[in-house]
Write a protein that binds this ligand. Sequence first.
Ligand code: ACO
Length: 376
Amino acid sequence: MAEGSQLIRGLEGVVAAETKLCDLDGAHGRLAYAGYSIDDLARKATFEEVCFLLWYGDLPKKAQLAELTAAMGAARAIPAEVTRAFALMPKDTDPNRPLQAAVAMLGMFDPDTTDNSHAANVRKAIRLTSQMATAICAHHRVRSGQSPVAPASDLSHAGNFLYMLTGTRPSPVVTKAFDASLTLYAEHELNASTFTTRTIVSTQSDMHSAVAGGVGALKGPLHGGAGEAVMRTLMEIGEVANVDAFATQALATRRRLMGFGHRVYTAGDPRAAILKGMAEEACRQSGQFKWYEMAVKLHDRIHAAKKLIPNVDFYSAPLFYSMGIPVDVFTPVIAAARIAGWSANIIEQHDDNRLIRPRADYVGSKARPWRPVEER
Ligand code: ACO
């Protein structure tokens, strides 16, 4: 890189895109999708309405919602080849890998695979959102030695997901909490995985290729993989009575605690506040209140000591656990929600594209003379 360049580690604070999708005000802890506050959307909208908002720019009218719901429902089936491939994969592999592979495979079967027009991208967004949910659940069933559960056409996207995962129809209360969780995870501006998807399509590559990359970025513990790590931390603590000793030790050893801290939010993550309430209710109803109590106690101790805020992944962990979602499926669940935002960002990027190609400061050796291998 030429002289005078200014390295910004981790691209902190760098603005790399214009977007109409997500308005993230980190200093005031506010988040809105296309002008609608996350609080209203999580409490009042369905995930299908949020998908419409992200893909079409505004909330749907009744007929538009019915049309999208029907299209998403019709797109739930996945090719038999994908399910057969799951059977060939190691049973103990991290489910993010089969999901990544499934997204790549779905690209091989999609009729619009390499068509990056706006209309084709919206069609692919609908298909991928439905098919990723089916693929995640089918993989979990297959690795558990069970047959995949066929999608239920009378259930919402959220209700059908839990049904395909567990084989049991979820209660309305659980369905609403899961639906709201999908909304809370649907979109979040230029987080690492969304930036990854934008970078991939900026080369004029396609949606399936980008989303496979997005899954790879999401699964890291500093990003979407944090929820799973939070639950493993709570399990490591084991009991409410152990939280204090754990926190003291964690603070003394400067341990990085998953589910705490955020690059952009300084005044609190508004999604965590909503998820906290839902986790309290779900943990109480499922008879697993201790996970919620432990989370609250840990939150209080860590916040008091280090002013670190809990992020979206902190309270989603006890919430998802109390719903019966296996811990290693937490991150695929986040992918099943974030596909709405990834695909919306991919559409925006393709509609107004410029290759994303930053520079690096070279800090290696100065020019060196070549020496044949025998003389080195
Ligand atoms: N536990 C302990 N200390 C922390 C934590 C944490 N979770 N997060 C930040 N800190 C401390 C760091 O040690 C550092 O302190 P220092 O300056 O005394 O060394 C300071 O806060 C700044 O930390 P950075 O890592 O530089 O902040 P950055 O903006 O790069 O990190 C991140 C943001 C990656 C989210 C970080 O807070 C973290 O690792 N959190 C845990 C992982 C996590 O929960 N990720 C999910 C994020 S939300 C999502 O992606 C869905």
